[in-house]
Design a protein around this ligand. Structure first.
Ligand code: FAD
Length: 466
């Protein structure tokens, strides 16, 4: 009897526990992707990036004699129908940990089991299952550093190699065509702008890792905070879609550490931030939508999406580093980590807007959008999360620019209004943004929506009065 493998955010053949086991079993394998109730809710950029991942994966599967089946509808209904149609015995998938996915997957499991099928979820999205890592008292970690100390010496099994060939079923069930799903329909800028910055597929992800290990890892610790420099791995996009497995990245980082590469330990620590985000999301699912610390519920953050919020989204706040960062995200689908912290601080502190507004816009625009890292990142910036930056730590975008973009390379790369001879990235924004915004690179650069000192004082006063 065939095994159905339901791919969700694990578009790879290597380092894939479920696929390896299925291929070892000698049984036929039917790989499937669903446009289900959760994918329907993805933001525009993640949907577009997902379609790229699927397209590449379809080709990759063909190379090993297989085929990707595409079905649209509620996950439990579609998987049950497919299992009945193909006579499959088992339905397997790589586990997800965010609250929406858990609700869906639980429903899928019960539906399939009630109908007599074997449904099984596998590890693979993380290095450590969130329930397997515990504090000395047996609880979960609310602070990052002790979690790092608890996991850094744990054994991580070596990644499984990619199967050379997948056994095909006697007949292939019908499949939708990817283009009929129109996952790019809200993403006009996908094909002509974002595509130049995306790095899609398993082999591209591996090449990116190899490149990082050959190059920037040595200087990662010293240069990772400078947004104009390509000093970080940029693997978040591939880890998000599972085009590379975390075990592969971990082992590669570990080898670099043993070879004495400076920066390797710091890199491994960042991978554990990703684990920490999932640890938190699993143990406190409300982190995705509610202040993790409820004392923040009374804080006067505004939910109102006014003109100021629009200008923040457009990169027109009049604060160059904030604006460059927002444009970086709009045209590349990525934003440097330091910039994420700066635009987040500006929104939630200088502008006194709720972090959920920022969380939502990132969800719309990031090709590495991840429900756990995004939620933790926003609550960290806002000060409402566990192990968060204190609210009174307000990033000053001017000082940040002097420190981390002293030559204004980043600002000028993304902000046409600030460059004498704007380059392609700066101009791409005007090509990409909706006509309704009515923006032109010749517009004068706007005056700040709020003075930096005034915004800071207002934020601190709100904090004191809370
Ligand atoms: P590297 O510096 O090369 O780090 C290696 C890997 O470690 C990354 O690929 C990522 O998987 C992980 N990592 C690094 N920093 C973090 C972190 N702070 N939290 C969790 N994992 C981390 N990351 C996402 O992947 N998706 C998001 O939607 C996301 N939203 C964020 C929102 C805010 C407000 C903030 C402050 C951070 C957010 N991050 C998010 C975390 C971080 O900014 C990105 O992971 C990082 O910029 C990715 O670049 P990189 O791959 O070059 O990272």
């Amino acid at each position: 009897k065939p095994i159905i493998i339901w791919f969700r955010k694990d578009f790879r053949l290597a380092d894939h526990a479920a696929l390896s086991e299925a291929s070892r079993s000698g049984r036929p394998i039917i790989p499937v992707v669903l446009l289900d109730e959760i994918v329907e809710t993805f933001g525009a950029a993640p949907k577009w990036r997902l379609s790229q991942a699927i397209e590449h994966f379809e080709n990759r599967l063909k190379q090993v004699g297989s085929q990707l089946i595409l079905r649209r509808g509620t996950a439990a209904v579609e998987l049950l129908a497919l299992a009945q149609e193909t006579g499959a015995g088992d339905i397997w998938w790589t586990r997800a940990y965010d609250p929406k996915a858990i609700v869906r997957d639980t429903k899928v499991k019960t539906t399939l089991k009630d109908a007599g099928f074997e449904a099984k979820s596998w590890p693979g999205h993380l290095l450590f299952e969130p329930w397997a890592v515990k504090t000395k008292q047996g609880g979960f970690f609310k602070v990052y550093s002790p979690m790092w100390r608890a996991v850094k010496d744990l054994d991580v099994a070596p990644p499984d190699p990619a199967p050379q060939r997948l056994l095909a079923p006697e007949f292939w069930p019908d499949s939708d065509r990817l283009q009929d799903w129109a996952l790019d329909k809200d993403m006009d800028r996908g094909a002509h702008v974002l595509t130049q910055h995306a790095n899609v597929g398993e082999s591209a992800a591996n090449a990116r890792l190899a490149n990082f290990l050959r190059g920037s890892i040595g200087e990662y610790k010293d240069r990772r905070d400078f947004p104009a420099q390509s000093a970080t791995s940029r693997l978040s996009e591939n880890l998000t879609w599972g085009e590379i497995g975390p075990r592969t990245v971990w082992h590669a980082g570990f080898r670099a550490l043993q070879e004495g590469q400076r920066g390797a330990e710091h890199f491994l620590k960042e991978l554990v931030w990703r684990e920490f985000a999932y640890h938190l999301v699993f143990h406190t699912p409300e982190i995705t939508h509610k202040n993790w610390r409820s004392e923040w519920d009374a804080f006067p953050w505004s939910d109102h999406e006014d003109e100021a919020v629009l200008r923040w989204k457009q990169g027109r706040t009049g604060v160059p580093l904030v604006d460059a960062a927002m444009r970086e995200m709009y045209v590349t689908g990525h934003m440097h980590n330091r910039s994420r912290m700066i635009v987040g601080s500006f929104l939630t502190k200088h502008m006194l807007k709720h972090w959920r507004i920022g969380q939502k816009w990132f969800e719309e625009c990031l090709i590495d959008w991840d429900p756990a890292a995004n939620a933790m990142g926003w609550q960290w910036v806002a000060g409402s999360g566990p192990d968060a930056a204190p609210y009174f730590r307000i990033f000053n975008p001017e000082t940040q620019a002097q420190k981390f973009d002293a030559e204004q390379t980043y600002i000028q790369r993304y902000l046409a209004e600030k460059a004498s001879d704007p380059g392609p990235e700066a101009m791409a924004f005007f090509d990409a943004c909706p006509r309704a915004w009515g923006l032109s690179p010749d517009d004068p650069y706007p005056t700040p929506i709020i003075g930096l000192a005034e915004g800071r004082q207002r934020a601190l006063a709100a904090y004191e009065a809370r």
